[in-house]
Ligand binder design. Structure first.
Ligand code: GLN
Length: 541
C-alpha cells in the first residue's frame, strides 16, 4: 500500500477567511481526480463539543449520522464531498484533555507527570491517525481551527510538527490561509500581515508549502514574489484566492489556478484527469439564474446567519435544481406581531420556521405558522418548527387555548409537545439529546413520500421534546396528517396538512443532509411549491 498523504490547513491574520471552504474545495478537487479523501477538523476550544455552546458563540451545531455534535465546518465537508462525516472527523481540546485526564485517573500513565508535551500532543496525533485508519483514504486533510498565534492552537501546531517528523517529506503538505488586504489610502495591497503570520508559523517549526491569500483583487506578480521571498515559499505557491460570488465557485477557482496540481506535485501523486464538468456547469448556471423568490426564515438568531448555515446551503442546492434564486428574508420572531405580520409576510413565496431552543420568540413563530396555514403559503417547519405547527394547530384549529410545549410551560394543562420518555432521567446536558440518524417510515400518498419518492428514510435528529401521543387522534381527526413515524410507531417524525398546497413539519433536520450533488428532497420540494405559489400569485395579479 502506498503511504498516506497528509495535508494540513492553518489560518493566519484574522478568522473567518473561510478555511473550511478552502479545505473542502481542495479536497473536492483531489476527490474529482479519483483520490479518496477525508477531512479532520481540530478545534482548540475547551468545550468537549459545540453541543452546549450558544449559537451566538459558535453558530450551527452540525450533527453527524453517528450522533456527534460537531463543528459547522463538517457541513461544508459533507456538502462539497458528498460523503458522510463521523464523530472521528472532529476533535476538540476539551475532548482531548478529557480523555487524557481520564487516563491519568485510571493510572494509565504509570506515575509519569502528565504534560502538554508529550501527552496532549500525542493524543492529538492519535486523533489524526485514527481518522486516517477509520477511513482508509489516500489523502487525509486536517484543518486546524483558530488562527496562528492563538495560545489555544499551540499544542495542535506542535503536534503537527512532531507528526510530520515521522512521515516522508513528500507525504505532507502545509497550506496557510492568509489575508492580503488592500489599503485604499495607500492604494496598495499589504503583505505585512501575511509575513508576520508565516513568521509565527515558522517559529513553531512549520514551513508552509503554499499560501492561499484571500484578497479582493488579483495579486500582481511582484506582490507574489515579495510574499514568496519573505515567507520562504516559491512565488508559484502564492495563490491569490479572490473573493467569489458563491462559495461553490471556490473549487473552480482553485482548479483554474492550478492549486490542486501544485499540491499533487509536492505530494508526488499522479495528476490523473480532473473531472469537474458537472460542478462547473451547475455553478455557472446558478450564477446566471434570473428568477428569484423570497422565503421567510422566522427564527430568533437571525442576526447571526452562521446559526443557519445548513439551511442556507440547502436553499442554494434546491435553487440550483429548481432554476430559481432563493432570497432569504430573515425575520426575528420576537418582533413579529399581529399588527406587522401582514406587512412582513405579504410578499414571500414560502415560510420556514427553523429549529431552536427555549421560549424566546415562540409567540411570533406561532403567528408565522398561522399566517402560512390560513393563507395557504408553503410552510416548512423544522424540529422546533414542527412543534410550533402542532401547538398552533391545537390552539387555533382544535380550540385548545392553552396548548403548549412543556419546554416553554412546564405546567401547561395541554402539553401537546412534551419531553420524550427517554429524556426524563437526563441530568447532564452535553451530548444527551436524541442525536443522529434514525429511521422513519413515511405514509404512502403524502407530500413527504412524494418528495422523497420512497417511504423508508433515515434522517438526523437533535431534540429532547416530541409530539404527545395522547393528542394524536384529535390532531388527525381535524386534518393534520401524521405522515412520518419512527418504525415502532411511537415518535411522530413528520406532519402535514391535507387541505394545504405544501405544509410540512419534520422532527429531524433535513438541512444536514443536503448536498451540492443532490439537494435534500424536502427542501427541493418546498422550493418547487414556493415557486409555484409565487407564479400563481403573480399570474392572478
Ligand atoms: N427545543 C426543541 C427540542 O429539544 C427543538 C430542538 C430543535 O429544534 N433542534 O425538542
Amino acid at each position: 500500500m502506498n503511504p498516506k498523504k497528509y495535508i494540513f490547513f492553518t489560518g493566519g491574520v484574522v478568522s473567518s477567511l473561510g478555511k473550511g471552504i478552502s479545505i473542502s474545495s481542495l479536497a473536492f478537487l483531489l476527490q474529482s481526480r479519483g483520490y479518496s479523501v477525508t477531512i479532520l477538523k481540530l478545534d482548540p476550544y475547551i468545550n468537549v463539543d459545540p453541543g452546549t455552546m450558544s449559537p451566538y458563540q459558535h453558530g450551527e451545531v452540525y450533527v453527524t449520522d453517528d450522533g456527534a455534535e460537531t463543528d459547522l465546518d463538517l457541513g461544508h465537508y459533507e456538502r462539497f464531498l458528498n460523503i458522510s462525516m463521523a464523530r472521528f472527523n472532529n476533535a476538540t481540546s476539551g475532548q482531548i484533555y478529557y480523555e487524557v485526564i481520564q487516563k491519568e485517573r485510571r493510572g494509565d500513565y504509570l506515575g509519569a507527570t502528565v504534560q502538554v508535551i508529550p501527552h496532549i500532543t500525542d493524543a492529538i496525533i492519535e486523533k489524526v491517525k485514527y481518522a486516517a485508519e477509520m477511513t482508509d483514504v489516500d489523502i487525509v486533510l486536517v484543518e486546524i481551527g483558530g488562527t496562528v498565534g492563538d495560545i489555544e492552537s499551540l499544542p495542535f501546531l506542535e503536534a503537527i510538527r512532531q507528526f510530520r517528523l515521522t512521515l516522508n517529506p513528500e507525504d505532507t503538505f502545509v497550506t496557510h490561509l492568509t489575508l492580503v488586504p488592500f489599503i485604499a489610502g495607500a492604494n496598495e495591497l499589504k503583505t505585512k500581515p501575511t509575513q508576520h503570520s508565516v513568521q509565527r508559523l515558522r517559529e513553531i517549526g512549520l514551513q508552509p508549502d503554499a499560501l492561499l491569500c484571500r484578497t479582493d483583487r488579483p495579486l500582481p506578480e511582484n506582490v507574489k514574489q515579495k510574499i514568496g521571498l519573505f515567507c520562504n515559499v516559491s512565488a508559484a505557491a502564492v495563490v491569490d484566492a479572490l473573493d467569489v460570488g458563491t462559495i461553490y465557485e471556490v473549487p473552480v477557482q482553485y482548479a483554474d489556478l492550478g492549486f490542486d496540481e501544485l499540491v499533487l506535485h509536492k505530494l508526488r501523486l499522479g495528476k490523473r484527469k480532473l473531472n469537474i464538468t458537472g460542478w462547473r456547469t451547475k455553478v455557472e448556471r446558478y450564477k446566471n439564474i434570473e428568477k428569484e423568490i423570497t422565503i421567510a426564515i422566522c427564527g430568533k438568531y437571525i442576526e447571526l446567519q452562521d446559526a443557519y448555515k445548513s439551511i442556507i446551503a440547502a436553499f442554494t442546492h434546491s435553487g440550483m435544481e429548481n432554476d430559481v434564486r432563493v432570497k432569504l428574508k430573515w425575520l426575528n420572531t420576537e418582533n413579529l406581531t399581529e399588527n406587522n405580520i401582514q406587512d412582513e409576510l405579504a410578499d414571500v413565496a414560502g415560510i420556514l420556521v427553523p429549529g431552536g431552543f427555549g421560549e424566546r420568540g415562540i409567540e411570533g413563530k406561532l403567528l408565522a405558522v398561522r399566517y402560512a396555514r390560513e393563507n395557504k403559503i408553503p410552510f416548512f417547519g423544522i424540529c422546533l418548527g414542527l412543534q410550533c405547527a402542532v401547538i398552533e394547530f391545537s390552539r387555533n384549529v382544535l380550540g385548545i387555548d392553552g396548548a403548549n410545549s412543556t419546554e416553554f410551560d412546564e405546567d401547561t394543562k395541554d402539553p401537546v409537545i412534551h419531553l420524550m420518555e427517554t429524556q426524563k432521567s437526563v441530568k447532564v446536558l452535553g451530548g444527551t439529546m436524541r442525536l443522529g440518524s434514525y429511521p422513519c417510515n413515511l405514509k404512502e400518498g403524502t407530500t413527504a413520500a412524494a418528495a422523497y419518492d420512497e417511504i423508508s428514510i433515515n434522517e438526523r435528529h437533535r431534540h429532547r421534546f416530541e409530539v404527545n401521543n395522547a393528542y394524536r387522534s384529535r390532531l388527525e381527526e381535524a386534518g393534520m396528517c401524521i405522515s412520518g413515524l419512527s418504525p415502532d410507531g411511537e415518535l411522530v417524525e413528520v406532519i402535514e396538512l391535507t387541505d394545504h398546497p405544501w405544509f410540512v413539519g419534520c422532527q429531524f433536520h433535513p438541512e444536514l443532509k443536503s448536498r451540492v450533488a443532490k439537494a435534500h428532497p424536502l427542501f427541493r420540494s418546498f422550493v418547487t411549491a414556493s415557486k409555484t405559489y409565487f407564479n400563481d400569485k403573480n399570474q392572478q395579479s
